[in-house]
Design a protein around this ligand. Sequence first.
Ligand code: NDP
Length: 252
Amino acid sequence: MTDTPVTDRPPVALVTGGSRGIGAAVAIGLAEAGCDVIINYRSSSEDAEKVAQSVRERGREATTIAADVSDETAVIAMFREIRSRFGRLDVAVLNSGITADGHFATMSARKWDSVIATNLTGTFLTARETTKLMFSTGGAIVMISSTSGVAGRAGQGNYAASKGGIISMAKSLAAEVAGRGIRVNVVAPGFIETDMVRAVPKAMRESARNAIPLQRFGTAAEVAQAVVFLGMPTSSYITGKVLTVDGGMIAA
Ligand code: NDP
């Protein structure tokens, strides 16, 4: 089996958290690679609609679906809609994520749970439903982790745990579904210019920038290039791998 769909129709791609930042750039990148794109978001409907418009300007179909990825009922409803509208899914980019940083010693269980629920459980739920949809056709799943999930980062115990969990989940899933023609890979970005990083205090951002060999933060479009590569048949012999996109920040 390959992940090239045996059909005249363009490949169908889902991007969770596609309304802003990295997800928005990935949605546009996938459209440029020839995919029709489903843009999932939690609450930014206007932003999601703008991304959908950018996809349509590239000659591809776009649909937006609101669903909180940490809510199992909402995720199942989203995949029911995808199945009934498109009948299949060729590429799934599981990107939605949040931060709630803080010192480990004073971190509330609530803060811990909120990040694990969106980043780790949300990726599990959407990966599980994706796998069911791809079972008979094959496809490619790309999960978005973080360099914090590979190397850890002070002040991000909850976030690093959620992103490290994504990596081991992806490797396990990759081994489990390879025989079905489903590839599963991970992109681990470093510091990327999005709302998430703009919210980091300026002094902390400056010291982080100085520790990056390429001496700058990345752009969402640069991450999108890596995601599109792993999502499309250009990477047909790659599965269970982690690609860091971090300007050389960590040695992995
Ligand atoms: P943004 O904050 O810019 O965008 C986050 C996206 O995730 C939005 O589309 C948001 O939807 C969506 N989202 C958040 N929570 C949920 C939820 N519960 N259900 C569905 N969608 C949700 O983040 P980035 O673009 O910066 O980050 C994207 C991914 O990349 C995240 O997983 C992040 O952890 C990871 N990453 C980012 C890095 C960076 O430097 N920016 C570095 C390493 C990893 P809405 O607009 O509706 O809120």
